[in-house]
Design a protein around this ligand. Structure first.
Ligand SMILES: NC(=O)c1ccc[n+]([C@@H]2O[C@H](COP(=O)([O-])OP(=O)(O)OC[C@H]3O[C@@H](n4cnc5c(N)ncnc54)[C@H](OP(=O)(O)O)[C@@H]3O)[C@@H](O)[C@H]2O)c1
Length: 176
């Protein structure tokens, strides 16, 4: 059972720029469409838990829903899955430890936790077991932060580093 983060940040730790955009994620030429470990990661999880904002940004792209696994979307304001995606997106809320246990009881043991506020909320309860952080070499100077304040430090151990496209570093950390 593991809660996993797989996310790209700027060098200064932002996951979206000042206008909420993520175009900077795709500016480095990638002629062979290297997925930088994404599909192997998706194969390693049973379901996703994401924040409402991340879901809404994905929907705004106007593409087909990209996840082959169930997506549990956290929200206190939205109670119904978007029309047409009721078999793929399931709205959830409430205590995170309880949610993780409920999902495990349903057989969803390995979870992909996505969205800045959502990841921060999981970290506040020490509920993140591993993080793969892909660093894009740009200073955005502002935007949405990946990490926020914590009551106590949380220590992680670096278990892998990969360099992609002569530009991007992906580092995997597990909770020490
Ligand atoms: N760089 C990357 O790889 C990457 C990856 C993912 C997302 N992003 C970007 O990050 C941005 C979205 O992240 P974000 O930090 O704004 O937020 P987020 O985590 O996607 O969504 C935050 C929302 O999730 C809900 N939520 C979170 N924790 C909850 C809890 N414990 N209980 C109930 N609801 C909870 C709340 O929704 P309600 O307000 O409805 O209650 C909250 O406002 C977007 O711009 C997206 O493009 C970037």
């Amino acid at each position: 059972m593991a809660n996993k983060v797989f996310i790209a940040t700027s060098l200064d730790g932002y996951i979206a720029d000042k206008s909420g955009g993520v175009d900077w994620l795709h500016e480095i030429p990638n002629p062979d469409n290297d997925d930088m470990g994404y599909h192997d990661f998706i194969d390693s999880i049973d379901a996703l838990v994401m924040g409402r904002n991340t879901m809404e940004i994905l929907l705004s792209f106007g593409i087909d829903w990209p996840y082959p696994k169930p997506v549990f979307v956290l929200s206190n304001t939205l109670k119904q899955a978007p029309a047409g995606l009721e078999d793929k997106i399931f709205m959830v809320s409430g205590d995170l430890k309880r949610l993780v246990q409920d999902l495990a009881d349903k057989g969803y043991n390995d979870l992909y936790i996505d969205g800045g506020v959502t990841i921060q909320n999981f970290l506040k309860e020490d509920l993140i077991d591993e993080m793969t952080i892909t660093t894009i070499p740009v200073l955005l100077g502002g935007g949405k932060r990946l990490f926020g304040e914590l009551a106590e430090p949380l220590k992680f151990k670096n278990v892998n580093n990969q360099r992609y496209l002569d530009a991007i570093v992906s580092s995997k950390f597990v909770r020490a």
